[in-house]
Design a protein around this ligand. Structure first.
Ligand SMILES: Cc1cc2nc3c(=O)[nH]c(=O)nc-3n(C[C@H](O)[C@H](O)[C@H](O)COP(=O)(O)OP(=O)(O)OC[C@H]3O[C@@H](n4cnc5c(N)ncnc54)[C@H](O)[C@@H]3O)c2cc1C
Length: 399
């Protein structure tokens, strides 16, 4: 990409000089001139009233990304196991790699993690890059960025996928900046444009009101993060094998800027494992006050489920944030989701529409939640939810 000024058109108005966030435009006599500090951000282009600033995008046919091949999944390790989101991404990565007729690789970074190669292979990886070092035992931004960006520069994958977890959300932008490519966060859909070999990355935008389809046309790799429970993992194939590429790494602890002093766990958050729950009973603003969450807890307990919540109840402090389901909360895929006093805003649906069975309890027969519910109960949740709890208790007592 290039930006230049057509001096024949430039009137010397200096609007571009003011608009440039990097101070990269100076006046050279009566016309503006772009200096070496330009980052090609394009902020000047739209402010020029006479279209004298030209931004040239290279034509697709002039870009040669042919040396980038293959799909990578950065496999996250959580409590000594491959994180669920990494298995889900291997499932999606397998599909993308098959469409591209390219290999699927997992990148496994840590200390003493070779035992996890089998799980990656059985979940779809053809190859595993294995980077082990005591300095990599716990996630730290600096060394993980060094390892991953070094590997990308050396082996040139065309697609790199990471989980939109605390770790992935920290690591992915660092690596993308280091290898000078784009990154699409929190994708809900990934597919291949076979003609152009592009990754089409779908994600909600403008508060969830539209689904944006984003491509990284010029740069490689194409990088995306995906939240847990958005993609489906493959059934593992016992005995499936992957080639292991050992990555030589040796860190001098003194050269790493951060030390892990203590790992503090939020036990409340860990106890509420929404993402792996088979049954979720969720409450919304229809509960009217925090203490009324009691009816939701009782039904969840009777069914052996976990309590979810809509965002306003979290924002109001009725329930801790790790219960929130939705675009800015957790994405869940339970077998049963019971939504009580939840209207069904698009941002809530973004987190739970993957449930196998949705039961909605709402006093408004026109509530949007009924559009996606498999079973709808129109009525007062304060009558219906305790009645459901009673039935669940009786059924379980009979079992
Ligand atoms: C950028 C952005 C991100 C967001 N992210 C999220 C997110 O992650 N998760 C999320 O949930 N929201 C999110 N929201 C908010 C979202 O837009 C809605 O405001 C929210 O989901 C509404 O929550 P609610 O359904 O609990 O409340 P309301 O919309 O107020 O609905 C309450 C429902 O309760 C019903 N009701 C009332 N009394 C009773 C009763 N006695 N019995 C039965 N039903 C009753 C009403 O009919 C109504 O349908 C986000 C918004 C934005 C802009």
């Amino acid at each position: 990409m290039d930006i230049y000024i057509d001096v024949e058109k430039c009137t010397g108005c200096q609007l571009c000089v003011k608009a440039c966030p990097y101070g990269a435009i100076e006046m050279a006599g009566d016309t503006a001139s772009i200096t070496g500090a330009c980052t090609l951000c394009g902020a000047c282009v739209s402010v020029c009233p006479v279209q004298a600033i030209i931004r040239e995008l290279p034509a697709v046919e002039d870009i040669d990304n042919s040396d980038y091949r293959g799909v990578w999944v950065v496999a996250e390790v959580s409590d000594g196991q491959l994180a669920g989101v990494s298995l889900e991404l291997l499932g999606k990565g397998r599909e993308l790699a098959d469409t591209l007729q390219a290999p699927l690789s997992a990148v496994l970074v840590g200390d003493d993690v070779a035992g996890l190669v089998v799980g990656a292979a059985e979940s779809g990886a053809d190859q595993v890059y294995l980077a082990e070092d005591p300095a990599l035992a716990q996630y730290r931004t600096g060394p993980y960025t060094d390892v991953l960006s070094g590997l990308i520069n050396q082996h040139k994958p065309e697609i790199v996928l990471l989980g939109a977890t605390e770790q992935g959300r920290d690591l992915a932008p660092r690596v993308a900046a280091r290898v000078k490519t784009g990154l699409t966060a929190d994708c809900t859909g990934l597919e291949i444009d076979e003609q152009e070999r592009l990754l089409i990355q779908t994600r909600p935008a403008f508060g969830g009101n539209i689904m944006a389809r984003i491509i990284t046309r010029n740069h490689r790799p194409q990088m995306a993060t995906v939240r847990p429970r958005v993609m489906r993992r493959l059934e593992p194939v016992p005995g499936r094998e992957a080639a292991v590429v050992k990555v030589p790494v040796a860190f001098d602890e003194k050269s790493i800027l951060t030390r892990i002093v203590e790992i503090a766990r939020d036990e409340g958050a860990e106890a509420v494992n929404l993402q792996d729950a088979d049954i979720i009973v969720a409450g919304g603003r229809g509960l009217k006050k925090p203490e009324n969450f009691g009816v939701i807890y009782e039904l969840a307990e009777a069914l052996g489920g976990v309590v979810g919540a809509s965002r306003p109840t979290v924002d109001e402090g009725w329930i801790p944030p790790y219960h929130q389901v939705g675009q800015t909360g957790r994405t869940v895929q339970p077998k049963l989701y019971i939504a009580c006093g939840i209207s069904g805003a698009v941002q809530h649906l973004a987190g739970m529409s993957g449930a196998d069975c949705v039961v909605a309890v709402n006093s408004d027969p026109n509530a949007a939640i009924f559009d996606i519910a498999h079973y709808g109960i129109v009525g007062d949740l304060f009558e219906i939810v305790p009645a459901l709890t009673e039935i669940a208790r009786q059924e379980l007592a009979q079992d």
